[in-house]
Design a protein around this ligand. Structure first.
Ligand code: NAD
Length: 260
């Protein structure tokens, strides 16, 4: 029997991360589901993934705003499953405010969760991947890793940063059978996006429908939200053998937003 691969997906109790966890499980990976909380429903998600896909899946609490917890998540996963083959850095939060009013603690939290956590998990995963001579790192960046939008100074800064981290890690690990790439989604309809709507309504003084049409999908040429399934399919591809020579780059899934 060939050993199953182990995939850690940070921030995988919801939205894009959950879809990626499910898709990697469908490919036969054992899964580490993660978030900062520790509720019955967190553990139920892992149980459901395990049952649906006949793999092992465990929920591991770790707060991605805390460097030590980022690193111990990887260590615990390796201890539990014996290897770390796939690392998907997905955990992320958003906050929307004009730069001069942007709360300092929100800036710090966004940089910690959306950028620094990936540095810590990658650093912790590299020794395991090097030992195996194989590994896949996928960072969930954003269209905001490539272009900016107003009122999102911390998010745009973190996402531009994660593309720099992606390229640097790719160069450092290129001869070890390990690839590091990023996915840059446009607007995907997830709880994170739902949560932005009230802030955007306030910032732009618009009603919900107008914010969705004129602010969110205004820049997405297809005028359709990206689906979580489209993102998870790309993540599965980047983790496949077929993607072995795709390294240090990003895949935009944004309906053409960054073509403009
Ligand atoms: P979501 O809010 O649905 O899910 C975020 C996940 O991260 C949740 O599981 C949450 O519990 C977890 N999380 C939050 N803070 C955490 C912490 N401190 N420690 C551990 N886990 C934590 O969001 P989503 O829309 O699925 O976003 C996932 C990723 O995709 C983020 O990095 C986001 O920036 C990126 N992204 C989303 C969109 C979009 O339109 N939804 C677009 C581009 C990029």
């Amino acid at each position: 029997m060939t050993a199953r691969k182990t995939a850690i997906v940070t921030g995988s109790t919801s939205g894009i991360g959950l879809a990626i966890a499910r898709a990697l499980a469908a490919e036969g990976c054992n899964i580490v589901v993660n978030s900062f909380s520790d509720t019955e429903s967190d553990h139920a998600i892992a149980k459901e993934i395990a049952a649906d896909h006949e793999v092992e899946a465990v929920y591991m609490q770790a707060d991605m705003s805390k460097p030590a917890e980022c690193r111990s998540l990887v260590a615990k996963a390796a201890e539990r499953f014996g290897s770390v083959d796939v690392l998907v850095n997905n955990a992320g939060i958003q906050y929307v405010a004009p730069v001069e009013d942007f709360p300092m603690e929100k800036w710090d939290a966004i940089i910690a969760i959306n950028l620094s956590s990936a540095f810590h998990t990658i650093a912790a995963a590299i020794p395991f991947m090097k030992k195996q001579g194989k590994g896949r790192i996928v960072n969930i960046a954003s269209v905001h890793g490539l272009v900016a939008s107003p009122f999102k100074s911390a998010y745009v800064s973190a996402k531009h940063g994660i593309l720099g981290l992606t390229k640097t890690v790719a160069l450092e690990l290129a001869t070890f059978g390990i690839t590091c790439n990023a996915i840059c989604p446009g607007y995907v309809l997830t709880p994170l996006v739902e949560g932005q709507i009230p802030d955007q309504m306030k910032a732009h003084k618009m009603d919900r429908e107008t914010v969705v049409r004129e602010v969110m999908l205004e820049k997405q040429p297809t005028k359709e939200f990206v689906t979580v399934g489209q993102i998870s399919a790309a993540a599965v591809f980047l983790c496949s053998d077929a993607a072995a020579q795709i390294n240090g780059t990003h895949l935009s899934i944004d309906g053409g937003w960054t073509a403009a």
